[in-house]
Design a protein around this ligand. Structure first.
Ligand SMILES: C[S@@+](CC[C@H](N)C(=O)[O-])C[C@H]1O[C@@H](n2cnc3c(N)ncnc32)[C@H](O)[C@@H]1O
Length: 204
């Protein structure tokens, strides 16, 4: 193990679970994945969201778009390290259940509330405030989700939106970035990490 080996700051169960994901994500990229597509943020973006969420004190973390739970593992690890909690939302029941199984393998399920349904409807019944949000569901939902979230963000909240450079850029991402940047109190930057992350901080 070299001094830069990521295992040095990760427990074995999380490391083994991430490796399982990496094998499946590689298979998916080569066209031989299972019935469900991960569409995962990937290791660099996973590491970055982990690092950002870990810098907060007991953050209430929200994820829109669980898929098979790869990004959730990184967020749950940050929640465990800081006394925080993750709520993650996914439209498809089976995907959410598979994601929860993976978090159990990683020893991280206790830090995650897996919610199934349309994130916009689920958001309606949550008050927040949220300290960290990963936006990674369908791109046409980025802007309406941001609008629904705006009154529910804690001061200092960090928002990360994925697929802002690659991953089927559409009008959805452009509209989202424009709205975030036009919102008073928001500071935002586009980072070429993974498929492109818009990282924003809210200080009203
Ligand atoms: C890009 S994938 C998420 C990848 C995941 N964040 C990761 O990195 O492992 C997008 C997911 O959003 C889900 N989704 C799409 N529309 C949704 C909605 N309205 N509410 C909740 N989830 C939704 C899709 O079913 C899909 O699994």
């Amino acid at each position: 193990m070299s001094s830069t080996d990521p295992r040095l700051d990760m427990d074995d169960a999380m490391w083994r679970t991430l490796n399982l994901y990496h094998q499946r994500i590689d298979a998916e990229r080569q066209g031989s994945g299972g019935p469900h597509r991960h569409m995962a943020v990937g290791p660099a973006a996973g590491r970055l969201i982990n690092l950002l969420a870990s810098s907060l004190d007991a953050p209430q973390i929200l994820e829109l778009g669980t898929s098979l739970g790869y990004s959730t593992i990184w967020l749950a690890d940050a929640a465990r390290a800081t006394g925080g909690k993750v709520i993650t939302m996914e439209l498809e029941t089976e995907k959410s259940a598979l994601a929860k199984e993976m978090a159990e393998k990683a020893g991280l399920a206790d830090w995650v509330d897996y919610q199934v349904g349309d994130a916009l409807k689920l958001l309606d019944i949550l008050d927040g405030p949220f300290d960290f949000v990963l936006i990674d569901h369908w791109k046409d939902l980025y802007l309406p989700s941001f609008e629904a979230l705006l009154g529910k963000l804690a001061p200092g909240a960090i928002l990360v939106a994925d697929n802002m450079i690659r991953g089927g850029r559409s009008g959805g991402q452009t509209a989202y970035a424009a709205a975030v940047r036009a919102t008073p109190g928001m500071t935002s930057v586009l980072l070429p990490v993974g498929s492109g992350l818009e990282v924003s901080r809210y200080e009203p």
